[in-house]
Every structure is written in structure tokens, then in C-alpha cells.
Design a protein around this ligand. Structure first.
Ligand SMILES: NC(=O)c1ccc[n+]([C@@H]2O[C@H](COP(=O)([O-])OP(=O)(O)OC[C@H]3O[C@@H](n4cnc5c(N)ncnc54)[C@H](O)[C@@H]3O)[C@@H](O)[C@H]2O)c1
Length: 245
């Protein structure tokens, strides 16, 4: 087992990719702490996995501080933090409001930073740990429709590098994963748009969307000792999309 007895926090774990990562980590022997704003779902899913549920609003630094204190009280340490919670937006640039800007930035960037800061403080005390940030190929490429999302995901790449450089000498390792489309509650609605799937798949050399397990296996690699020596890296899981013309 690659994560035997490792204490791992996964944000955005009530569904989608965060839940898949929590499931994979639990199967690999980790003690999993599942964080999400959706109280009923996080409690139900944590119970199924034998993990611990924490209700947390990543828009609130106070909520993050309280929840990380509770996790440390319950588990004593944080070996791995996976920052997976995220919000997407497709509003046209000309229609973006301050409220939408603030919400997407708060969850995708501010919340990710303060969750990482709490983990970093714990990791400093215990002498090391790993942070895995879930970004997106939208941090590199644009279809012109995700301006806030794209900006936050690119910022996650930069933030990952800063944590990697500052934390490396202290045994704190930070990497990110940028992947292309996986069907989750965030993306499944796109299937109703005529021609969407065909137009996306046409860009992907392997000719399909990514599978959930392909993302959680990448997170497992970066969370485990298999990736020792890898620090400040962005692991692209996109079937070759970014490499193609
Ligand atoms: N699905 C894709 O195709 C895709 C592609 C690239 C990157 N990503 C990234 O993967 C991550 C997970 O995406 P997903 O598709 O599983 O999305 P999802 O919508 O299924 O899950 C996101 C989770 O974040 C939680 N969340 C939202 N706001 C929160 C808040 N304020 N506090 C705490 N939790 C909150 C939601 O409740 C939800 O459980 C995101 O960071 C997303 O940007 C997804």
C-alpha cells in the first residue's frame, strides 16, 4: 500500500474528482480527512470510506483555520494535503461581475492558499509533508470562456512553485496536476451542448476524455514516495492535448 497510515486531507471531496482521490487514497491505506462545503454529502461519503468528514467553506479563512485545527486534533499530523475543491465559470468577459470574480477566486485561489498555509505550518512542525494542487490545462490554454477560472488555475501553478521552493529545504514538497476534461458534476452539463464532446475529443490525441482514475492515480503518485525528487512540477494529464498543434 502506497499511503499506509498517512494522514491525508482532500478538499472538495463530497463528489467528483476529490471523492475519487479520497477513495483511491483510502484504498492505499491512508487515513482520509474529507473536506467540503456540502455537509450531508461529505458526511455520507466519509462514512462509506471510513474517513473523517469536515464541513468547511473555503471562502472563509476562519472556517479553514477551525477545520484544520480540528483535523490536527483528530489525526495529529498532516502528511498530504490535496487541494481539489474548485469552481468553474463560463461567463463572457463583458458580463463578469465583482461577485462572480470574488467567489471563483476565493474558492480556487484564496481558499487553496489558506488551506495550504495551515498544512504548511503543521508540516513545518512535523518536519515535512506533501501538497498536491489540482489545477487544469486551462491554466495554460483558453477557449475564451473561462477568464476567472483560467486565471486562478495559472496562479495555482505559480503558487505551487513558491511552496516548492520555500518548503523544499524543510521537506515540504509541492506539485500540481493539470488535466483535461473528466465527466463530473462540474462538466457533465456540457454534454447537452450539441457537438461539445466531439469538438473537445478532436483536440485530444488519444481520442477521449480523461478517466477519473487517471487523475486520482496521478494524485497518488505525487502524494506517495513514488514521486520522491519531484518538486515544483506540474503533471499534465490531458491525453496529449497541450502537446498538439
Ligand atoms: N472535471 C474536469 O473536467 C476538470 C478538469 C480540469 C480541472 N478540474 C479541477 O478539478 C477539481 C475538481 O473538479 P470536479 O470536476 O470534481 O468538480 P465538482 O464540482 O464535482 O467538485 C468540486 C467540489 O468542490 C466543492 N466546493 C465548492 N465550493 C466550495 C467551498 N466554498 N468550500 C468547500 N468546498 C467547496 C464542491 O462542493 C464540490 O464537492 C477542481 O479544482 C477543478 O477545477 C476539473
Amino acid at each position: 500500500m502506497l499511503l499506509k497510515d498517512k494522514c491525508c486531507i482532500i478538499t472538495g471531496a463530497a463528489g467528483g474528482i476529490g471523492l475519487q482521490i479520497a477513495t483511491t487514497f483510502a484504498q492505499e491505506g491512508a487515513k482520509v480527512a474529507l473536506l467540503d462545503i456540502q455537509e450531508d454529502k461529505i458526511k455520507a461519503e466519509a462514512a462509506k470510506l471510513g474517513g473523517l468528514p469536515y464541513v468547511c467553506d473555503l471562502c472563509s479563512v476562519e472556517s479553514i483555520e477551525k477545520v484544520f485545527a480540528a483535523v490536527l486534533n483528530d489525526l495529529n499530523r498532516i502528511d498530504v494535503l490535496v487541494n481539489c475543491a474548485g469552481l468553474a465559470n463560463r461567463t463572457l468577459i463583458e458580463d463578469i461581475t465583482e461577485a462572480e470574480w470574488d467567489l471563483v477566486c476565493d474558492v480556487n485561489l484564496k481558499g487553496l492558499f489558506f488551506a495550504s498555509r495551515e498544512a504548511y505550518r503543521a508540516m513545518l512542525k512535523q518536519g515535512g509533508g506533501k501538497i498536491v494542487n489540482i489545477s487544469s490545462i486551462r491554466g495554460y490554454m483558453s477557449d475564451g470562456r473561462h477568464v476567472i477560472y483560467d486565471s486562478t488555475k495559472a496562479a495555482v501553478h505559480a503558487m505551487t512553485r513558491t511552496f516548492a521552493v520555500a518548503g523544499g529545504p524543510k521537506g515540504i514538497i509541492a506539485n500540481s496536476i493539470s488535466f483535461a476534461y473528466v465527466l463530473t458534476p462540474m462538466t457533465r452539463h456540457n454534454l447537452q451542448r450539441k457537438g461539445w464532446l466531439e469538438s473537445i475529443v478532436a483536440n485530444i490525441p488519444i481520442g477521449r476524455l480523461m478517466e477519473m482514475e487517471e487523475v486520482s492515480n496521478a494524485a497518488l503518485y505525487l502524494a506517495s514516495d513514488l514521486s520522491s525528487g519531484v518538486n515544483g512540477h506540474d503533471l499534465i494529464v490531458d491525453g496529449g492535448w497541450r502537446a498538439s498543434e
